[in-house]
Design a protein around this ligand. Sequence first.
Ligand code: ATP
Ligand code: MG
Length: 481
Amino acid sequence: MAHRRWNGIEYSGRERRRQTYPPRLYSQFLPALSLIGPSPIPRPAKFDGGMPSVDDGGEAIRMWVGEGQRRTFMSTEAYLIVHYGEVGTKGQNRPRFIRALARNVAQRLEGLDVHPERKRSGRIVFRLGPRARWEDIAPRLRTVFGIAYFARAWRVPLDMEALEKAVLAHLPRREHATFAVRARRAHKGFPLTSADINRRLGGAIARATGWQVNLDSPDVPIHVEVLFNEIFFYFHKEPGPGGLPVGVSGKVVNLLSGGIDSPVAAWRMLKRGCEVINVHFHGQPLVTQASEVKAIEITRVLTEWGASPRLYSVPIGAIQAEIMKTTPPAYRVVLYRRLMIRVAQEIARREGALALVTGESVGQVASQTLHNLYVINAVAELPILRPLIGMDKAEIIAQAEQVGTLALSSLPGEDCCTLFTPKHPVTAAKLSEVEAIEAQQPWEEWVTQALTRTQVIDVHTSPVDALQFWPDRIDQLLKVG
Ligand code: ATP
Ligand code: MG
């Protein structure tokens, strides 16, 4: 990446070395194209690093196809094709799932000159405008749940001649390569079968380029999709993140600390199609703003995966100090957690969320023994979902890296709990004892107090910036951008 973006600011990193690739002449294809009328527009050589990538499609190409009265002038057009996986298997909910996915893709690509078209035969199709840049589009699509794979495709009419000419004109420029044509027909009425298309198009490509066929692992796969009104072809398909489109599974409230686990928990719920609202508890003014800054930045990263930009930031330092004064140290962590659950539950009610989410995993720390989880759970009326419950720390860390939150979570920051954490927390809290301790405390008042002091932060408009908070950590922070 030549530039790294952080909160809208561009930082120039190491400029990637660019080599020019000798522009290939079209002459080798011209006989095969047998063009009458305007010749294909030579594509600009715009390759990075010497070799053309297989998905280089270049500019749209105009050409004449057909004979005599059927002869027409056409141009290939650039499209984005999105294939969904699991959404396709949801029976009656299917149209709703597909609509949600189309909406999420459109939202994610806003401003990139990408225009939704009709949904067609198991895929969603977007037209790419002249300003659409694949380098901007592809990274965003990698974070849209529900996408099985996507491709930058070209469209031609339902006509074999048009397909052949267009494929030849758009083929990546390589001297020697192996290839394979992979045709699929949604439109079974098309006069040629998939095997016929593979053979005919394969023959034309072999004659024009001298390339060899390799069906198992071709350098250049040529995917052809025959639909009812048109044919799409592309050379490179990229896997999406899978899962379900965010929004189709309802809303949850995630308890987001500044740590490694809870962002991963949020991500896993997003992947299952949940709308995720994050809630962070902090100990200000008894501690610095560090954990809140982390929570804001982490939420920013999670919004790229579809999380809500709304972050509930709840100050509980004063209440924690009260708990500290009046309760046995060993029980504190469990008591803080039960306070968090009570408050988060109220926020969930206001938001219309049906479950809470935490980043707990059995046995990871003292507060996460089965006994303690039981005691924490007992205060909840809503289900508490714990998507990491059976994961090892190493697995969670690897996933945090993939999500893009690991570097932020690893910043130094006082969690509200670390300040007040006793040396020897209880590992097997007894519910009756915890309830007896709580009976002496004004819990309802505390919950109301926390809620009235809660701030709802829009992380996109919030001026909080981790770079200002940790200027000495620029390298670590830019890893996230
Ligand atoms: P994490 O890395 O997510 O902080 P952890 O291993 O540090 O997890 P704990 O500190 O015991 O574990 O927290 C367990 C869970 O409780 C967290 O995953 C999170 O869901 C919730 N939680 C803890 N502290 C906070 C906080 N300050 N604000 C919101 N949620 C919290
Ligand atoms: Mg923590």
